[in-house]
Design a protein around this ligand. Structure first.
Ligand SMILES: [Zn+2]
Ligand SMILES: [Zn+2]
Length: 763
């Protein structure tokens, strides 16, 4: 047969769609398996070759699980709110929903062309009012539970995007989206109290199967540290400074105290002589981000307040400094400095000539007893900034009434729809574009019926993705976000794959969101994902990041058109270990296409009988591919299948049943070729309807072994013999080997046999 990928790809994609073979069944008696990939943001650039790496891997898992007899849910959807569509709207005046629809249509076309086995009947779109109705409904559950609150706070502000950013969206002091240096600005924001779940988000990691590096990254991000709060009385004042320390045992070594420039006592502690110094220092810190302030590679800066405190453990007087490395919102905004035991304190002490003393440690409890301190726990995790002053997001469904305060929009009035606007540009005072639409803003209070105003902030793009995996379970339900019965059937998700870069954002937010819904009795499991895996990035051929501006982005459409969908699929998982970043290689693509060409030639080798080597190789390959899929070693699974095909070419024959078995393990990787070859062999049903093959353990054991023959411990020859050959025949054969016989000039004193390995003659 000839491998015309264009027609073959289209033919089998149509056959799958017609048979609806990838539909998950809600009422199947089969064991369920829910396998999830992170849904994409449908950008204008279309799919890039990074997307199919994760999708192909999990498609292989989904296809194998179906062949293992499971009822598989493998859905796809669109995380479609976000800035690029809005920025495009600002430029062109085209409504974000119009451009989003075009982008989604393009993504869907691209994904279908690669032959993924998604259940397209369950597609979700976070910007669909029928979807975001439930995002708004869930936000109101947070609000009613007291976990959503409004707070004036210094937020990260991107002056270019005119948007408040969560800490997670600030990378190296710059806006994650546009790279502009982020400023601090005071702004009223809706917050969600994720910190109330900090302990459970750490502790419950023990109950799930995530890659260890994913668990570690979450634990580090939450940043729980156990320590103590200790009061230091200010000399000649009624004030005291409360410090947080993880090392109360070092209190005898304290030589100074440091408070954050934002500390409420800064003004009262600063003496008149030090006022100018302190004020100019605070001014110099104002533009720095938390990230820059915490950078230990930078020189230490600070200023002396002129005040002293008393060390409660030894009653020594110690000076109080302000320095930017202490953050106002972490701990108590004040730390005790022990240069003897802390490198950062040491560096600061050396910079400012502060004393460094050598004092003994005391026990944790002894500390606490001597100082009157109390044990506490601190976290790096902050509450979630949930307001955006942008258009293209879910409207926050709250109404402000002068009499009643913040009032939820009644459930039966959801969704609060995004109104049409003429201008998508955020206002210069930082208000959302919605604030200028009177017909949206002015409304009646649901409680007292008086005049009231709608909240005009929208939700962050992390909102819709925090629960999308629940909607796939019951995507067309108009009465609930999903029925309790179906949630119970499908949860938890058995396997979830996504980018490492989402570990501290989406993964943490969605775990928190699910835990909250669990506490509300709305979902059946506290953790949404039983197993989490991650993939490495695909780099350009020279190992640099693929980027549109450099022009080294590879479009999957081009690979599909030139080499076929299966070449792209197999190459995506063959190119390197799945978790590692790996450079794209056009030669590698060509090599995979050559492998698939050889697969299409296998029917030429069909014979009534095959060599035992082919049979054994087949069973070894079944074992290897089965294990490798479980362990995410897709690249070595492909290598094993390539070796098998080479064996058939070398031996020159394969039986039809053996070839059909090989096609069964190949099909999850290369489903178009698998089905085409099956049809060429007279097959009339889809490969997807078949079973995953099992191997015969007897056939995977090598039947021959190579034995080292030694004389007085020196290797003299080797023999290939049947496995477990009786010792007497082995020794006879070894003795008669000419390369051995010539050394057996004196009588043999002793013969040592290590079964299946060594025969050693001692003379
Ligand atoms: Zn920006
Ligand atoms: Zn009211």
């Amino acid at each position: 047969m000839s491998y015309n990928h264009g027609s073959i790809d289209a033919k089998w994609q149509a056959a799958w769609a017609k048979a609806q073979i990838f539909r998950a069944q809600d009422d199947s008696p089969k064991e369920k398996y829910y396998v999830l990939v992170e849904f994409p943001y449908p950008s204008g650039a279309g799919l890039h070759v990074g997307h199919p790496r994760s999708y192909t891997a999990l498609d292989i898992v989904a296809r194998q699980q179906r062949m293992l007899g499971k009822n598989v849910l493998f859905p796809m959807g669109w995380d479609a709110f976000g800035l690029p569509a809005e920025n495009y709207a600002i430029k062109t005046g085209i409504h974000p929903s119009v451009i989003t629809k075009e982008n989604i249509d393009n993504f869907r076309r691209q994904l279908k062309a690669i032959g993924f086995s998604f259940d397209w009947s369950r597609e979700v779109n976070t910007t669909d009012p029928a979807y975001y109705k439930w995002t708004q409904w869930m936000f109101l559950r947070f609000f009613k539970a007291g976990l959503a609150y409004k707070s004036t706070m210094a937020i990260n502000w991107c002056p270019k995007d005119k948007i408040g950013l969560a800490n997670e969206e600030v990378v190296g002091g710059k806006c994650e989206r546009c790279g502009t240096a982020v400023e601090k600005r005071d702004k009223e924001q809706w917050m969600i109290a994720i910190t109330k779940y900090a302990d459970r988000l750490i502790d419950d990691l023990d109950t799930v199967d995530y890659l260890p590096k994913i668990k570690k990254q979450q634990v580090d991000w939450i940043g729980r540290s156990e320590g103590a709060e200790i009061d230091f009385a200010v000399v000649d004042s009624q004030e005291k400074i409360t410090v947080f320390t993880t090392r109360p045992d070092t209190i005898f070594g304290v030589t100074y105290l440091v408070i954050a420039p934002e500390h409420p006592l800064v003004e009262s502690l600063t003496t008149s002589e030090q006022r100018d110094t302190v004020h100019s220092y605070i001014a110099s810190v104002a533009t720095k981000t938390d990230m820059e302030r915490g950078d230990d590679t930078k020189a230490k800066t600070g200023a002396f307040t002129g005040s002293y405190v008393i060390n409660p453990a030894n009653h020594e007087r110690v000076p109080v400094w302000i320095a930017d490395y202490v953050l106002g919102h972490y701990g108590t905004g004040a730390v005790m400095a022990v240069p003897q035991h802390d490198e950062r304190d040491l560096a600061f002490a050396q910079t400012f000539n502060l004393p460094i003393v050598d004092r003994p440690l005391i026990s944790f409890a002894d500390a606490l007893a001597k100082t009157g301190g109390k044990k506490t726990v601190q976290y790096k995790l902050r509450d979630w900034v949930f307001s955006r002053q942008r258009y293209w997001g879910e409207p926050i469904p709250l109404i402000h009434c002068d009499h009643c305060g913040w009032v939820p929009v009644p459930d039966d009035q959801l969704p609060v729809l995004l109104p049409d606007v003429a201008n998508y540009q955020p206002t210069d005072n930082g208000e959302s574009p919605l604030a200028s639409i009177d017909s949206f803003v002015n409304t009646k209070c649901p409680t007292c019926g008086g005049d009231a105003k709608r909240e005009t902030d929208t939700m962050p793009n992390w909102a819709g993705s925090s629960w999308y995996f629940l909607r796939y379970i019951d995507p067309n339900n108009n009465n609930e976000f999903a029925s309790a019965e179906k949630l119970k059937h499908w949860l938890p998700i058995d396997l979830y794959n996504g980018g490492m870069e989402h570990t501290t954002l989406h993964l943490l937010y969605s775990r928190f969101w699910n835990k909250f819904l669990f506490d509300q009795g709305l979902v059946p499991t506290s953790e949404p994902y039983a197993r989490r895996h991650s993939h490495g990035l695909i780099m350009s051929e020279d190992g640099t990041k693929m980027s549109k501006s450099v022009g080294n982005v590879i479009n999957p459409d081009d690979i599909v058109n030139e080499f076929g969908a299966d070449t792209l699929r197999v190459y995506e998982v063959f190119m390197g270990p799945f978790e590692e970043p790996v450079p794209w290689s056009t030669n590698g693509v060509v090599g995979v296409r050559r492998f698939l060409d050889r697969v299409t030639k296998l029917p030429d080798f069909i014979a009534p009988a095959e060599s035992p080597d082919v049979t054994k190789a087949l069973h070894k390959t079944i074992k290897k591919v089965s294990e490798d899929i479980t362990n995410f070693r897709f690249n070595t699974a492909v290598a094993a299948m390539m070796t098998f095909v080479n064996t058939v070419f070398e031996q020159g024959s394969i039986t039809k049943p053996s070839l059909l078995t090989f096609l069964a393990i190949l099909t999850p990787f290369a489903p178009h070729v698998g089905n085409e070859v099956n049809e060429a062999l007279g097959g009339t049903s889809l490969m997807e309807a078949g079973n995953w093959p099992t191997f015969d353990p007897a056939l995977i054991v090598d039947s021959e072994v190579t034995i080292a023959i030694q004389v007085n411990g020196k290797l003299r020859s080797s023999l290939t013999v049947a496995l477990d050959l009786p010792e007497s025949s082995l020794v006879t054969q070894a003795q008669s080997d000419p390369n051995v016989a010539k050394f057996l000039i004196s009588p043999i004193k002793k013969t040592i046999v290590v079964p299946n390995k060594i025969v050693n003659f001692v003379i």
